[in-house]
Write a protein that binds this ligand. Structure first.
Ligand SMILES: C[S@@+](CC[C@H](N)C(=O)[O-])C[C@H]1O[C@@H](n2cnc3c(N)ncnc32)[C@H](O)[C@@H]1O
Length: 219
Protein backbone atom coordinates (compact mmCIF):
# COMPACT_ATOMS: atom_id res chain seq x y z
CA UNK A 1 0.00 0.00 0.00
CA UNK A 2 1.15 3.54 -0.67
CA UNK A 3 1.59 6.12 2.07
CA UNK A 4 2.21 9.86 1.81
CA UNK A 5 5.98 9.49 1.68
CA UNK A 6 5.70 7.18 -1.38
CA UNK A 7 3.58 9.79 -3.13
CA UNK A 8 6.03 12.53 -2.20
CA UNK A 9 8.95 10.47 -3.49
CA UNK A 10 7.16 9.79 -6.79
CA UNK A 11 6.36 13.51 -7.23
CA UNK A 12 9.98 14.42 -6.48
CA UNK A 13 11.23 11.90 -9.05
CA UNK A 14 8.82 13.19 -11.69
CA UNK A 15 9.72 16.82 -11.00
CA UNK A 16 13.40 16.01 -11.14
CA UNK A 17 13.11 14.12 -14.44
CA UNK A 18 10.96 16.87 -15.97
CA UNK A 19 13.69 19.34 -14.97
CA UNK A 20 16.11 17.44 -17.21
CA UNK A 21 13.88 17.90 -20.26
CA UNK A 22 14.75 20.25 -23.05
CA UNK A 23 12.55 20.73 -26.11
CA UNK A 24 13.79 19.47 -29.48
CA UNK A 25 13.13 22.87 -31.11
CA UNK A 26 11.60 26.29 -30.45
CA UNK A 27 8.58 25.35 -32.55
CA UNK A 28 7.92 22.28 -30.41
CA UNK A 29 8.43 24.28 -27.20
CA UNK A 30 5.80 26.77 -28.38
CA UNK A 31 3.35 24.02 -29.40
CA UNK A 32 3.85 22.27 -26.04
CA UNK A 33 3.09 25.59 -24.31
CA UNK A 34 -0.12 25.96 -26.37
CA UNK A 35 -1.12 22.34 -25.61
CA UNK A 36 -0.43 22.56 -21.89
CA UNK A 37 -2.13 25.94 -21.47
CA UNK A 38 -5.15 24.65 -23.39
CA UNK A 39 -5.26 21.49 -21.24
CA UNK A 40 -4.87 19.37 -24.38
CA UNK A 41 -3.70 15.85 -23.40
CA UNK A 42 -0.43 15.94 -25.34
CA UNK A 43 2.38 13.50 -24.46
CA UNK A 44 4.21 14.20 -21.22
CA UNK A 45 7.83 15.32 -21.31
CA UNK A 46 9.32 12.01 -20.19
CA UNK A 47 7.07 10.11 -22.60
CA UNK A 48 8.40 12.31 -25.38
CA UNK A 49 12.06 11.76 -24.54
CA UNK A 50 11.60 7.99 -24.28
CA UNK A 51 9.87 7.96 -27.67
CA UNK A 52 12.76 10.02 -29.02
CA UNK A 53 15.28 7.44 -27.82
CA UNK A 54 13.25 4.57 -29.31
CA UNK A 55 12.98 6.43 -32.63
CA UNK A 56 16.72 6.97 -32.72
CA UNK A 57 17.37 3.26 -32.00
CA UNK A 58 14.76 1.90 -34.40
CA UNK A 59 14.83 4.61 -37.11
CA UNK A 60 11.37 3.61 -38.38
CA UNK A 61 10.47 4.55 -41.97
CA UNK A 62 6.70 4.26 -41.65
CA UNK A 63 5.25 5.60 -38.42
CA UNK A 64 1.56 5.39 -37.55
CA UNK A 65 -0.04 7.44 -34.79
CA UNK A 66 -3.59 6.87 -33.58
CA UNK A 67 -4.80 10.10 -31.95
CA UNK A 68 -3.31 13.37 -33.24
CA UNK A 69 -5.20 15.91 -31.09
CA UNK A 70 -3.53 19.24 -32.06
CA UNK A 71 -0.59 17.50 -33.75
CA UNK A 72 2.01 17.92 -31.00
CA UNK A 73 3.38 14.36 -30.93
CA UNK A 74 3.06 14.11 -34.73
CA UNK A 75 5.24 17.26 -34.95
CA UNK A 76 7.74 15.63 -32.62
CA UNK A 77 7.78 12.45 -34.75
CA UNK A 78 8.21 14.65 -37.81
CA UNK A 79 11.28 16.48 -36.45
CA UNK A 80 12.96 13.39 -35.09
CA UNK A 81 12.29 11.32 -38.22
CA UNK A 82 13.64 14.10 -40.47
CA UNK A 83 16.84 13.94 -38.41
CA UNK A 84 17.60 10.33 -39.36
CA UNK A 85 15.95 9.87 -42.77
CA UNK A 86 14.51 11.93 -45.63
CA UNK A 87 12.36 8.91 -46.49
CA UNK A 88 10.67 8.43 -43.10
CA UNK A 89 6.92 9.12 -43.15
CA UNK A 90 4.34 9.65 -40.43
CA UNK A 91 0.61 9.00 -40.73
CA UNK A 92 -1.50 10.38 -37.91
CA UNK A 93 -5.21 9.63 -37.56
CA UNK A 94 -7.67 11.91 -35.74
CA UNK A 95 -11.41 11.34 -35.35
CA UNK A 96 -12.42 14.69 -33.82
CA UNK A 97 -12.95 17.23 -36.63
CA UNK A 98 -12.03 20.25 -34.47
CA UNK A 99 -8.81 18.67 -33.25
CA UNK A 100 -8.09 17.59 -36.83
CA UNK A 101 -8.44 21.23 -37.95
CA UNK A 102 -5.92 22.31 -35.29
CA UNK A 103 -3.59 19.48 -36.21
CA UNK A 104 -3.79 20.43 -39.90
CA UNK A 105 -2.82 24.00 -39.03
CA UNK A 106 -0.01 22.97 -36.67
CA UNK A 107 1.37 20.37 -39.11
CA UNK A 108 1.50 22.81 -42.05
CA UNK A 109 4.87 22.61 -43.79
CA UNK A 110 5.75 19.23 -42.27
CA UNK A 111 6.02 17.32 -45.54
CA UNK A 112 6.75 13.97 -43.90
CA UNK A 113 3.37 13.91 -42.07
CA UNK A 114 -0.03 12.90 -43.47
CA UNK A 115 -3.07 13.67 -41.34
CA UNK A 116 -5.98 11.30 -41.91
CA UNK A 117 -9.41 12.26 -40.58
CA UNK A 118 -11.60 9.48 -39.24
CA UNK A 119 -11.90 6.63 -36.78
CA UNK A 120 -8.60 4.76 -36.76
CA UNK A 121 -10.38 1.39 -36.71
CA UNK A 122 -12.13 2.19 -39.97
CA UNK A 123 -9.16 3.92 -41.57
CA UNK A 124 -6.93 0.90 -40.86
CA UNK A 125 -9.54 -1.53 -42.19
CA UNK A 126 -9.40 0.30 -45.52
CA UNK A 127 -5.64 0.40 -46.10
CA UNK A 128 -2.89 -2.15 -46.82
CA UNK A 129 -0.11 0.13 -45.56
CA UNK A 130 2.58 -1.41 -43.34
CA UNK A 131 4.13 0.36 -40.35
CA UNK A 132 7.32 -0.27 -38.44
CA UNK A 133 6.42 1.91 -35.44
CA UNK A 134 2.91 2.51 -34.11
CA UNK A 135 1.92 4.94 -31.37
CA UNK A 136 -1.53 4.36 -29.87
CA UNK A 137 -2.71 7.44 -27.95
CA UNK A 138 -6.49 7.63 -28.34
CA UNK A 139 -9.71 6.60 -26.52
CA UNK A 140 -8.53 4.51 -23.55
CA UNK A 141 -11.45 2.05 -23.55
CA UNK A 142 -10.81 1.10 -27.20
CA UNK A 143 -7.14 0.14 -26.96
CA UNK A 144 -7.88 -3.56 -27.58
CA UNK A 145 -9.72 -2.66 -30.78
CA UNK A 146 -6.92 -0.34 -31.95
CA UNK A 147 -4.43 -3.13 -31.20
CA UNK A 148 -6.28 -5.65 -33.37
CA UNK A 149 -6.78 -3.03 -36.09
CA UNK A 150 -3.02 -2.42 -36.14
CA UNK A 151 -1.96 -6.08 -36.21
CA UNK A 152 -2.52 -6.72 -39.97
CA UNK A 153 -0.24 -3.71 -40.66
CA UNK A 154 2.85 -4.75 -38.69
CA UNK A 155 5.43 -7.50 -39.04
CA UNK A 156 8.48 -8.83 -37.22
CA UNK A 157 10.50 -6.12 -35.51
CA UNK A 158 7.77 -3.49 -35.55
CA UNK A 159 7.40 -1.51 -32.33
CA UNK A 160 3.99 -0.68 -30.84
CA UNK A 161 3.87 1.94 -28.07
CA UNK A 162 0.67 2.63 -26.12
CA UNK A 163 0.36 5.75 -23.98
CA UNK A 164 -1.50 6.43 -20.70
CA UNK A 165 -1.90 2.76 -19.84
CA UNK A 166 -1.58 3.41 -16.07
CA UNK A 167 -4.09 6.29 -16.09
CA UNK A 168 -2.49 8.21 -13.18
CA UNK A 169 -2.16 4.99 -11.18
CA UNK A 170 -5.80 3.99 -11.45
CA UNK A 171 -5.10 0.93 -13.61
CA UNK A 172 -2.84 -0.50 -10.91
CA UNK A 173 -4.94 0.66 -7.95
CA UNK A 174 -8.63 1.20 -8.85
CA UNK A 175 -9.30 2.61 -5.33
CA UNK A 176 -7.57 5.84 -6.47
CA UNK A 177 -10.75 6.40 -8.53
CA UNK A 178 -12.63 7.44 -5.40
CA UNK A 179 -15.77 8.67 -7.19
CA UNK A 180 -15.93 5.67 -9.52
CA UNK A 181 -15.81 7.86 -12.64
CA UNK A 182 -13.31 5.68 -14.44
CA UNK A 183 -14.62 2.20 -13.62
CA UNK A 184 -15.17 1.30 -17.29
CA UNK A 185 -11.84 2.70 -18.48
CA UNK A 186 -10.02 0.87 -15.68
CA UNK A 187 -11.76 -2.42 -16.51
CA UNK A 188 -10.92 -2.12 -20.22
CA UNK A 189 -7.33 -1.01 -19.60
CA UNK A 190 -6.61 -3.88 -17.20
CA UNK A 191 -8.09 -6.35 -19.71
CA UNK A 192 -6.01 -4.73 -22.46
CA UNK A 193 -2.75 -5.00 -20.53
CA UNK A 194 -3.57 -8.62 -19.65
CA UNK A 195 -4.20 -9.28 -23.31
CA UNK A 196 -1.04 -7.74 -24.71
CA UNK A 197 1.27 -9.14 -22.05
CA UNK A 198 -0.07 -12.60 -22.98
CA UNK A 199 -0.18 -11.99 -26.74
CA UNK A 200 2.25 -14.48 -28.31
CA UNK A 201 2.70 -12.27 -31.39
CA UNK A 202 4.69 -9.73 -29.33
CA UNK A 203 6.99 -9.21 -26.38
CA UNK A 204 5.79 -6.37 -24.14
CA UNK A 205 7.07 -4.25 -21.29
CA UNK A 206 4.73 -2.06 -19.24
CA UNK A 207 6.58 0.83 -17.63
CA UNK A 208 5.70 3.67 -15.28
CA UNK A 209 7.27 6.42 -17.43
CA UNK A 210 4.95 9.31 -18.19
CA UNK A 211 1.38 8.23 -17.53
CA UNK A 212 2.35 4.60 -18.04
CA UNK A 213 3.44 3.18 -21.38
CA UNK A 214 3.48 -0.25 -22.92
CA UNK A 215 6.24 -0.98 -25.39
CA UNK A 216 5.84 -4.06 -27.56
CA UNK A 217 7.97 -5.58 -30.29
CA UNK A 218 6.35 -7.86 -32.88
CA UNK A 219 7.96 -11.32 -32.97
C1 LIG B 1 -4.41 11.94 -25.91
S1 LIG B 1 -5.02 12.73 -27.32
C2 LIG B 1 -3.68 12.58 -28.47
C3 LIG B 1 -2.51 13.45 -28.11
C4 LIG B 1 -1.42 13.46 -29.16
N1 LIG B 1 -0.96 12.11 -29.48
C5 LIG B 1 -0.23 14.24 -28.62
O1 LIG B 1 0.47 13.72 -27.73
O2 LIG B 1 0.00 15.37 -29.09
C6 LIG B 1 -6.12 11.51 -27.94
C7 LIG B 1 -6.76 11.84 -29.29
O3 LIG B 1 -7.30 10.62 -29.83
C8 LIG B 1 -8.43 10.96 -30.59
N2 LIG B 1 -9.21 9.73 -30.82
C9 LIG B 1 -10.05 9.11 -29.94
N3 LIG B 1 -10.58 8.02 -30.50
C10 LIG B 1 -10.08 7.94 -31.77
C11 LIG B 1 -10.28 7.04 -32.84
N4 LIG B 1 -11.11 6.00 -32.73
N5 LIG B 1 -9.61 7.25 -34.00
C12 LIG B 1 -8.77 8.33 -34.12
N6 LIG B 1 -8.57 9.22 -33.13
C13 LIG B 1 -9.20 9.04 -31.98
C14 LIG B 1 -9.12 12.02 -29.73
O4 LIG B 1 -10.03 12.78 -30.47
C15 LIG B 1 -7.92 12.81 -29.20
O5 LIG B 1 -7.65 13.91 -30.03
Amino acid sequence: MTDKSDVHRRDAVKEYIDGLYSPASEGLAELRRVGEEGHIPIILKDTETLIGVILQMKKPKNILEIGAAIGYSASYFSERAAGYSDAAKITTIEVDPLYANDAEENLKGRNNVTLVRGDARQVLAETDDEYDLVFIDAAKSHYAEFWEAVMPHVSEGAVIICDNVLMKGKTADPSIDEEGRFVTNIKYMRAFLDMITNDERVITSVIAAGDGMSISVVL
